[in-house]
Design a protein around this ligand. Sequence first.
Ligand SMILES: C[S@@+](CC[C@H](N)C(=O)[O-])C[C@H]1O[C@@H](n2cnc3c(N)ncnc32)[C@H](O)[C@@H]1O
Length: 246
Amino acid sequence: MPDLHGSIRDWWDADARHYDRSVGHAISDPVEAAAWRAALRRLLPAPPSRVLDVGAGTGSLSLLAADLGHEVTALDLSEGMLDRARVKAEERGAAISFVVAKAESPPEGPFDAVIERHVAWTLPDPVAAFGAWRKVAPSGRLVLFEGSWGGEGPLHKLKDAVAGALHRFRRDADDHHGPYPEDVVRLLPLGATTTPAPFVDAVLAAGWRAVQLERLLDVEWAAEQREAWPLGALMRSPRYAIVAEA
Ligand SMILES: C[S@@+](CC[C@H](N)C(=O)[O-])C[C@H]1O[C@@H](n2cnc3c(N)ncnc32)[C@H](O)[C@@H]1O
């Protein structure tokens, strides 16, 4: 049995130096940050609430939630990623608690909300993880921030190819230090998801209820605006929040 979590942790540890080079990863564009802040204000319980950010990475969402007055615990299995988040929190004077752990083994809480952004796709057992999050937020809310990265419709492959060519022409740096290992992706149930349906199914299978879906049009629009035409339009893909109650 391969050590899947070990491979995933090593990959993210290696990516920690690269991750925030991407404006979208770091949410370093003020307009995009404003759109994310609005989404958090809409979807989280009223502050101050106890928020667990799973797979917090370099802390992009944790910092915004802390800005809004929430009491944030940032969990990640990669020390490297969390080290970056720690530095950023210190620089901003944000009081965030940090926990190095697997998504499937969160701290006891209790939390009022469990959030994640772009993490569910890389979980070896998403239903087990979502179930563990429900236990530590027994009367709380789940908010998954996800996207259909491949885009939608018959033209998405063509759009990706043109966007890739434009990136190469501009000599843009890659968003990551390398490709995610094929042998890892093959073992991830949500690793190749192109619609919200498998996320919703996994949330329901883990016992969460009253599931809602909200398209994050403001975030999409803000991300599109920061790229020159036609790159922003070519790269635009559906972003959404899946919200559920324990
Ligand atoms: C795409 S990054 C997202 C980071 C952050 N949520 C953001 O919005 O920028 C995925 C993060 O999930 C973490 N991760 C992956 N699998 C995990 C697991 N099983 N348990 C905890 N963290 C995990 C990685 O270390 C990485 O920091």
